[in-house]
Design a protein around this ligand. Structure first.
Ligand code: ZN
Length: 127
């Protein structure tokens, strides 16, 4: 069906250019709405929605942000232990947030992120 309508747009291009171009615009707009972020642990670029967000809040603390909407400087990590560990132990997290993060805060963050990925796994199991 989608292939057929694509062909239709192509054919329309000759007779109705305005209609065809508006169709193309919609398609391009849809593709653009997939924000990508690179992981602070492995540097891989992934869909933002699949990642965990860590934010430096406006008061200067570091928090895990499940909503992804907290204001502040955010950074992203894959929901994987290897990436969380890399981000924490290599100091990549502090670098990405451009702030010093204490050992305690780092350990708390690691725990929060571990919890976040174990919850995701549980939810999947329940479904
Ligand atoms: Zn990663």
């Amino acid at each position: 069906m989608s292939e057929q309508s694509c062909g239709g747009i192509k054919l329309l291009w000759y007779s109705l250019p305005s209609k065809a171009s508006s169709g193309i615009k919609t398609m391009a707009g849809k593709q653009k709405r997939q924000p990508q972020r690179s992981c602070v642990g492995c540097r891989e670029v992934k869909n933002k929605k699949e990642m965990l967000r860590v934010v430096r809040t406006t008061v200067g603390s570091v928090e895990y942000d499940p909503s992804g909407k907290k204001s502040g400087r955010g950074t992203y990590v894959c929901p994987a232990k290897e990436c969380i560990d890399a981000a924490i132990s290599r100091g990549a997290l502090a670098r990405a947030l451009a702030m010093p993060v204490s050992r305690t805060e780092l350990e708390e963050m690691r725990r929060a992120l571990y919890e976040a990925i174990s919850q995701t796994t549980l939810e999947k199991d329940n479904i």
